[in-house]
Design a protein around this ligand. Structure first.
Ligand code: DGL
Length: 281
């Protein structure tokens, strides 16, 4: 078997990890689900805190750094890549799949879209995310590919990210802002809402309260992890190479200011971040 990556080649017979990346600490919501559904596997995480937010950056910037991070993770022993950042998934997943054709790459959009299509009854689906994710139009594209009869409504909710990072997850202020952001989606009578940003699953209770009981709230972090689990089951040759253990590595390109807070909200345990910027800007 040949590999296009030098380090991959040297390590082909050695043990690998699940590589996960995000623009910062928000991707820990994906790690949370991986710890829940796939607790035995060792992970390597990279958060690009030196360059966040990605949600308001242009497509080329997000593509460029998503590619650099993917290469870096592969060189560090990742066998599978999980693009935990929704904005990277929106702008960069297709180009990553083209550039790394031999690597299993999981992105946040497809599993969430498949879940939404499965559970919607009135065929009206809402999506909330960063300005970049919404601007990319990727959800609309994927939803209409699956079912041309679907109606699709979206809203960028940029304030949700800083609110979560401040720990204001069950707070009156957050609820007021959610009411303001979600008013149109409520009027549109969607019956399913995709939380299309790493941080939003931590606001699930508040968002569900604002949207009302009839709206299904879809957490892409859960959906992607279920897909990954299925993939590992169907691909034992890959599964067997992934290291089992809990010596997880969390790398950040700059001080992960809210790592502890978000880590605590996600899994209630202390993790040690390693700060290192491999891209020397
Ligand atoms: N991780 C980003 C996302 O899921 C949110 C934070 C950012 O804008 O960088 O889209």
């Amino acid at each position: 078997m040949s590999s296009p990556y030098p380090l991959f080649k040297d390590e082909l017979n050695s043990i690998k990890m699940i590589g996960i990346f995000d623009s910062g600490v928000g991707g820990l919501t994906v790690v949370k689900e991986i710890f829940k559904y796939l607790p035995e596997y060792q992970i390597i995480y990279f958060g690009d805190t030196a360059r966040l937010p990605y949600g308001t950056k242009g497509a080329n910037f997000v593509k460029k750094y998503s590619e650099k991070i993917t290469r870096w993770l592969l060189d560090r022993g990742a066998k599978i890549i999980v693009v935990a950042c929704n904005t990277s998934s929106a702008w960069a997943a297709d180009s990553l799949k083209e550039k790394f054709p031999n690597v299993p790459i999981f992105e946040m959009i497809t599993p969430a879209v498949k879940t939404a299509v499965k559970i919607t009854k009135n065929k009206k689906i809402g999506i909330i995310g960063t300005p970049g994710t919404i601007k990319s139009g990727v959800y609309k594209k994927k939803l209409s590919e699956l079912d041309g009869g679907l109606k699709f409504y979206s809203k960028a909710c940029p304030l949700f990210v800083p609110l979560v990072e401040e720990g204001l997850v069950d707070d009156k202020i957050t609820e007021e802002i959610a009411k303001r952001y979600l008013v149109e989606l409520k009027k549109d009578k969607i019956d399913s809402l995709i939380l299309g940003c790493t941080h939003y699953p931590l606001l699930k209770n508040t968002i569900a309260k604002v949207m009302g009981k009839k709206v299904n709230i879809i957490n892409p972090a859960e959906a992607i992890t279920k897909d990954l689990k299925e993939f590992l089951k169907k691909n034992p040759a890959i599964e067997q190479t992934i290291k089992k253990g809990s010596d997880h590595k969390f790398f950040f390109s700059d001080e992960p200011y809210n790592f502890e807070k978000i880590g605590h909200l996600c899994f209630n345990k202390k993790l040690n971040p390693i700060v290192e910027d491999p891209f020397n800007i």
